[in-house]
Design a protein around this ligand. Sequence first.
Ligand SMILES: *[C@@H]1O[C@H](CO)[C@@H](O)[C@H](O)[C@H]1NC(C)=O
Ligand SMILES: *[C@@H]1O[C@H](CO)[C@@H](O)[C@H](O)[C@H]1NC(C)=O
Ligand SMILES: *[C@@H]1O[C@H](CO)[C@@H](O)[C@H](O)[C@H]1NC(C)=O
Ligand SMILES: *[C@@H]1O[C@H](CO)[C@@H](O)[C@H](O)[C@H]1NC(C)=O
Length: 341
Amino acid sequence: MALSKKSVMAALLLLLLITSQGKSSVQSIGVNYGKIADDLPPATEVIALYKTSGIGKMRIFDPNQATLQALKGSGISVIVGVVNNDLQGLATSPAAANGWVQTNISPYLPDVNISYIAAGNEIKPSDPLAQYVGPAMQNLYNAVTSSNLPTQIKVSTVIDMSLMGNTYPPSSGSFSDNASAYINAIASFLVSTKAPLLANVYPYFAYLSDPTTDIKLDYALLNSSGVVVQDGNLGYQNLFDAMMDSLYSALEKIGAANLTVIVTETGWPSDGGVAATVDNAGTYYKNLMSHVNNGTPKRPGPLETYLFALFDEDQKGPAETEKHFGLFSPTKQPKYQLSFS
Ligand SMILES: *[C@@H]1O[C@H](CO)[C@@H](O)[C@H](O)[C@H]1NC(C)=O
Ligand SMILES: *[C@@H]1O[C@H](CO)[C@@H](O)[C@H](O)[C@H]1NC(C)=O
Ligand SMILES: *[C@@H]1O[C@H](CO)[C@@H](O)[C@H](O)[C@H]1NC(C)=O
Ligand SMILES: *[C@@H]1O[C@H](CO)[C@@H](O)[C@H](O)[C@H]1NC(C)=O
């Protein structure tokens, strides 16, 4: 009797371990819901598509009310973006930041699981808006904390890899001199508020900048069978890991070794340019999805990553490839055989 109880307990424990492992792999992956197109289905159908596809995380670029409404009760967690043009107003007026939170966040709690507020997307240090990113994050943070919203809602911003001065080898990763004041201010805010840094990381564009010589396609597609770049005692089989670890190295050099990084965008286009084929893109997404739960050589462990993007967006540009990053056509047909669950 005691023995069978024990083995039932052991079996249950094993089951629990297996299911929680299965869950964590699913939970690392989200998908961007971009809407720069004139032929997309309504938000309710989009939420249904996330649900039937088993996609548990979403990023939206602006606090679209129809989307937030449709997310209620869905169990899908969402990163809500602040559009770049709102940053100045939010940075210069605590009341405006309060108003933004009261309008776009509070009404949807607790029915919508809001994970992060992303104040700005890919602002360059030379952009006149750059000076507003830090103060906007600060005012939004104050608004979230003073309204007694759940402290799990973190305020951050989305950077891209153009801030990097050096990425090779990964251990030599550093930010460019131009970017240093900008990224230092962001990093110290994020460290002090225990919020993650959000980063868009595209091996495709790195490959595009040098497709014939240094970077092999297999390496960019996470399709190499062995180590391609040896960096000290760390071996790199793919460009995604190398780019991430160069970012971690750069963060260490500015005293932000402890920052969590979330990959808010990564993807590969299926058409419109060099190496942009359905075969390559499908390989990239599939390999990436099975990889990110392991993290990188420098930072093993699940890496929360959002694929770009849900749909092909016909009004994006100027590069033709920008229109072909969708996992689905606007009619909701999957372009690739990807399994989220
Ligand atoms: C909300 O989303 C986060 C991140 O995806 C997750 O860890 C958490 O369990 C979710 N909470 C609820 C109540 O679903
Ligand atoms: C650095 O900033 C200057 C002036 O804003 C700009 O002209 C230059 O292109 C920048 N360099 C890099 C590497 O971003
Ligand atoms: C931050 O980094 C230090 C040294 O790298 C480490 O000892 C500490 O545990 C880290 N703290 C957190 C919260 O990760
Ligand atoms: C990826 O690697 C596999 C196994 O070597 C190969 O069959 C496939 O053609 C590769 N995919 C691409 C797009 O190169």
